[in-house]
Design a protein around this ligand. Structure first.
Ligand SMILES: [Ca+2]
Ligand SMILES: [Ca+2]
Ligand SMILES: [Ca+2]
Ligand SMILES: [Ca+2]
Length: 473
């Protein structure tokens, strides 16, 4: 998905380098409060939750938690005074966290504040469903913990063991079990398996959203079913926490276009599951499960978009440089998972298939953000535009940074006609990856997306061809 528009990366890289330099010099000298895990790692909006710091170092004197949303506040728990004349004493690492009803669902940062300063951030999830905690002793199927549908469960992987849950399904229900672990700073590499009451395995997921599994299950008959969750290498402990719900609510896999022009009302098509009003998306499946599609309109925020806080979900360093906002599909069954929508810097143009050969190139006017889909396998997309000598455009592919397993490459050609009026195409350049790594091993900013500064050499017609090297190396 290339776009062509003037753009500068210099301010971003300069800011990033200074942050990294500060972090290095501080951590080498003094003890610093470090927060590794909270239990539970989230709560429902409009409630108060008892939260324990279950893992960290240099936690001396921690008496406050600081959240990135002002609607989430914490008060340290106090033990009753041992004698009437003595004051109540704070209980180490235990807090009552109050989440205001108007805090939007999402992932927020939480930090611990103690004698050795303010800690690193950890994720704290605000949800809309009722929540329960895992009860110990659920390590066998016979001792599975009974849970309700549409309830968020907070649990912890126990080393060399599995956690079992039991629920009642009704024939025809489509249940989405979206497990959150790696994406909220857990060390757990979660795996989920689903069984019927006779012990037959009906579904299994190892990794779906990065290392986090997702099960999409159509209940075949009324009855009891069992969910097993464990760490893939049977690791466990306080830093191996997870959250999931057996949800009948909507789940959005992706939407098209994946970007919108700030300050406009945009038309988008959602692709996902349990979308009220949706229709089958013919032929579109993920891991064998059919998707639905639904047309929606939404306002793309227009106020200083590049200053907005980015969506609070895990992003790789190269993904973090994209500007965008978070979208959730609201339904009577609750809000969906969040989706990232990028801010377009020019009008959005959707591809018109077939465009897989030069003669069928989609004609566009620059600047624009051209949106297309790779596929079927081996199928490139061509676009054509006119440009004038001396104009400068940035052509940039954005695909792998949207979290997709793609490796786009772009070829640029100049199109002329010879004396006989026959079309001639001459390659100008091709570009593949963004190779600059300004963050070293721990913050690798390289990407399979590439960009190219195109200084137009002469008035005329040009073409670009984008293809996916991950599918067609
Ligand atoms: Ca457990
Ligand atoms: Ca996994
Ligand atoms: Ca295409
Ligand atoms: Ca590439």
């Amino acid at each position: 998905m290339p776009y062509a528009s003037p753009r500068s990366f210099v301010p971003f890289f300069a800011g990033l380098l200074s942050c990294l330099a500060l972090a290095d010099s501080a951590s080498a000298q003094l003890p610093v409060t470090q927060l590794y895990a909270l239990s539970p790692p989230g709560g429902r909006h409009g409630t108060a939750v008892d939260v324990t710091i279950s893992s960290g170092t240099d936690l001396d004197g921690v008496k406050a938690l600081y959240f990135s949303h002002p609607g989430i506040t914490a008060v340290q728990k106090m033990s009753p005074p041992k004698l009437p004349q003595l004051a109540a004493e704070p209980i180490a690492n235990q807090f009552t966290v109050t989440i205001a009803a108007d805090v939007p669902p999402g992932v927020y940062d939480v930090r611990a504040i103690g004698t050795f300063g303010v800690s690193n951030p950890r994720s704290f999830v605000v949800g809309t469903l009722p929540e329960v905690k895992e009860q110990s002793g659920n390590n066998l199927r016979e001792k599975a913990q009974a849970i309700e549908l549409n309830t968020t469960v907070n649990g912890t992987a126990d080393g060399n063991n599995s956690d079992w849950y039991k629920f009642t399904g009704k024939a025809g229900q489509r249940l989405i079990v979206d497990c959150w672990a790696q994406r909220i700073d857990s060390r757990m590499d979660a795996t989920m398996e689903l069984y019927d009451a006779a012990g037959k395995q009906l579904a299994r997921s190892r990794d779906f959203n990065r290392r986090d599994p997702l099960i999409d299950f159509s209940v075949p008959a009324d009855g009891d079913y069992f969910l097993k969750i464990y760490d893939f290498v049977y690791a466990g402990g306080g830093e191996h926490f997870y959250r999931f719900a057996m949800s009948t609510g909507p789940y959005v896999d992706y939407l098209l276009p994946p970007c919108g022009l700030p300050g406009t009302k945009g038309n988008f098509t959602l692709y996902g599951r349990n979308l009220p009003g949706g229709v089958p998306a013919d032929g579109v499946t993920i891991e064998g499960r059919p998707l639905e599609k639904l047309a929606v309109q939404m306002d793309v925020p227009g106020d200083k978009p590049t200053e907005r806080v980015p969506p609070g979900t895990l992003a790789k360093p190269d993904e973090a440089e994209l500007d965008g906002f978070e979208y959730r599909f609201a339904s009577p069954q609750g809000a969906s998972n969040s989706c990232f929508i990028g801010y377009a810097s020019a009008p959005v143009v959707l591809e018109q298939e077939p465009n897989d050969e030069p003669a069928k190139a989609n004609v566009v006017t620059l600047p624009c953000e051209f949106v297309g889909e790779f596929g079927p396998r081996g199928n490139p997309d061509w676009l054509q535009f006119d440009a004038k000598a001396g104009e400068v455009y940035w052509l940039e592919a954005i695909s792998e940074r949207l979290g997709l397993p793609t490796d786009p490459a772009v070829l640029i050609q100049r199109v002329t006609k010879n004396d006989k009026g026959e079309e001639q195409a001459a390659d100008i350049t091709d570009f593949d990856d963004h190779g600059a790594n300004v963050g070293g091993l721990s913050f690798n900013t390289t990407s399979d997306d590439g960009s190219f500064r195109f200084a137009v050499p002469a008035d005329g017609t040009y073409r670009a061809m984008i293809r996916d090297l991950a599918l067609n190396p």
